[in-house]
Design a protein around this ligand. Structure first.
Ligand SMILES: Cc1cc2nc3c(=O)[nH]c(=O)nc-3n(C[C@H](O)[C@H](O)[C@H](O)COP(=O)(O)OP(=O)(O)OC[C@H]3O[C@@H](n4cnc5c(N)ncnc54)[C@H](O)[C@@H]3O)c2cc1C
Length: 436
């Protein structure tokens, strides 16, 4: 393949204590936590809004803040939830603790909190690279936007891109795939004109039952039985979720294999899934009276990504530790969602309910030999099964909050992320309301 070499001078346009890459559920709370600890902080985000998969992917509900009615994710994420509810944009489904939300108000609520905390925002800015100093230290993140190429220097970086983009650029080793397929990509869509007051839909769109899959079983059974005559592509669920607006449900149903970190794969999946959205909407309209007047009112900005890269951290959380609620000496957050693995091919899903709420160790947020890098959210160090629970939004918010506090401590003291004082980190997290 022909190659070209590009050399250019790039201005270092700002210098931060903590720079967060990615403004999704993990990144927003990493930035809020760091800024509230006094760090000068910024977020780099490719879109013109915050929320990541929750808003760009229309992924709902927001799972899950409680385990058997006991809160397991607290602090700033809980404050967000209360503010979102007060704005009329969130609704906690009890007893399960899933949160139904309005994605536009989710964006607005996050944006308000971030700006109030004094966090700088670089929207419409894509992280494309980094410069490295000695001994694995990241010096600058390189971003591209309409200003051109810019560099942002920071003492500490928190990778919340979901795909571990910064960590990969810096050369952090990643979890091996061991020949196992990635979980499938799914494009969410919103249907309007649905009979949301019908018993079938009003029950299915509230994900509130503990210990059961919240998919719409009668529709699933019909679709599986008539799959051939309906000529439906592979599907999951379907799961319907209220957007808090009468007549509207978000639909999680499409499914395609693909690696979102491979541009050609992801492009092909986007195009196929957009077609599938309309095939599935037609199928629902033509076969179920609750959908007879429905139409597609929104398609997610991007195909939802369940799984891509995860770092090989100082500790990799195993499924055994996770399911049994193993308490690490450096636990910094928790998770309460079932282990939830969607088949890459076909219509199935493996779900494993937890014996108790799980713990997350600080060592899963850092790698050996990278002294000023933390990760949070979907790309932390976990095996495939533990990850399949930790990937949900509230868990990502919890690790973001912990990474933000740790990053601010490192920036203030000059210590490496590997030598953070764990007792002090945990007590700061408890002070701000984290449940550990
Ligand atoms: C189909 C599907 C169903 C799901 N169901 C649920 C559910 O029911 N409940 C639940 O809670 N969770 C669910 N999830 C999981 C959850 O939405 C995500 O795992 C979670 O949002 C991950 O948060 P994050 O902050 O780590 O990453 P993301 O949400 O992916 O956020 C990453 C952010 O970084 C930005 N970014 C990425 N790369 C760059 C770059 N190079 N430059 C600049 N910006 C960048 C992105 O735009 C994004 O804003 C589901 C996911 C999918 C795909």
């Amino acid at each position: 393949m022909q190659t070209i070499t590009i050399t250019k001078s790039v201005a270092v346009v700002a210098n931060y204590d903590v720079l967060v890459l990615g403004g999704g559920p993990a990144g927003v709370f990493a930035a809020l936590a760091a800024a509230r600890q006094g760090a000068k902080c910024a977020i780099v985000e490719q879109y013109g809004f915050l929320g990541g998969m929750a808003t760009a992917g229309l992924v709902m509900p927001l799972s899950v803040f409680t385990y058997q009615n006991k809160r397991v994710i607290g602090g700033i994420p809980w404050e967000f939830l209360e503010r979102l509810e007060a704005m009329g944009g969130g609704y906690i489904e009890k007893p399960l603790g899933n949160v139904a939300f309005d994605p536009e108000l989710y964006k607005l609520c996050m944006q308000r909190m971030v700006l109030e905390a004094g966090v700088d925002l670089y929207m419409h800015s894509y992280l494309t690279g980094c410069t490295m100093g000695d001994n694995g230290t990241i010096q600058c993140a390189i971003i591209e936007n309409k200003n051109g190429t810019e560099a942002l220097a920071a003492k500490v970086f928190v990778d919340c891109t979901g795909d571990a983009d910064l960590a990969a650029m810096a050369g952090v080793p990643m979890q091996p795939q061991n020949g196992e397929p990635l979980q499938p990509l799914s494009t969410y869509f919103v249907l309007a004109g649905v009979d949301t007051s019908s018993p079938l839909i009003s029950e299915a769109m509230h994900h509130n039952k503990q210990g059961v899959n919240c998919h719409c079983l009668p529709i699933r059974e019909y679709l599986l039985e008539h799959a051939e005559e309906l000529n439906l592509p592979e599907f999951g669920g379907p799961w319907f979720c209220t957007t808090l607006h009468d007549g509207c449900v978000a639909v999680n149903m499409t499914r395609a294999a693909g690696d979102a970190c491979n541009n050609r794969d992801y492009t092909a999946a986007e195009c196929r899934l957009r077609e599938d959205v309309y095939r599935m909407a037609d199928c629902l309209r033509n076969n179920f009276k609750e959908f007879e007047n429905c139409y597609v009112s929104a398609v997610a900005t991007q195909a939802g990504i369940r799984e891509t890269r995860r770092i090989k951290g100082v500790h990799t959380m195993s499924a055994e530790e996770y399911i049994s609620g193993y308490q690490y000496t450096d636990s910094i957050s928790r998770g309460a969602h079932p282990i939830d693995i969607h088949a890459t091919k076909g219509n199935s899903q493996v779900t494993h309910f937890l014996e108790q709420a799980a713990y997350v160790p600080y060592r899963a947020l850092i790698a050996e030999n990278f002294p000023n890098l933390l990760v949070a959210g979907r790309c932390i160090s976990a095996d495939r099964k533990a990850f399949a629970s930790m990937r949900v939004q509230a868990s990502c918010m919890g690790t973001g909050q912990a990474a933000g506090v740790a990053a601010a401590m490192c920036a203030a003291s000059g210590c490496t992320v590997q030598s953070v004082d764990i007792d002090s980190l945990v007590s700061k997290l408890r002070e701000i309301g984290a449940e550990i």
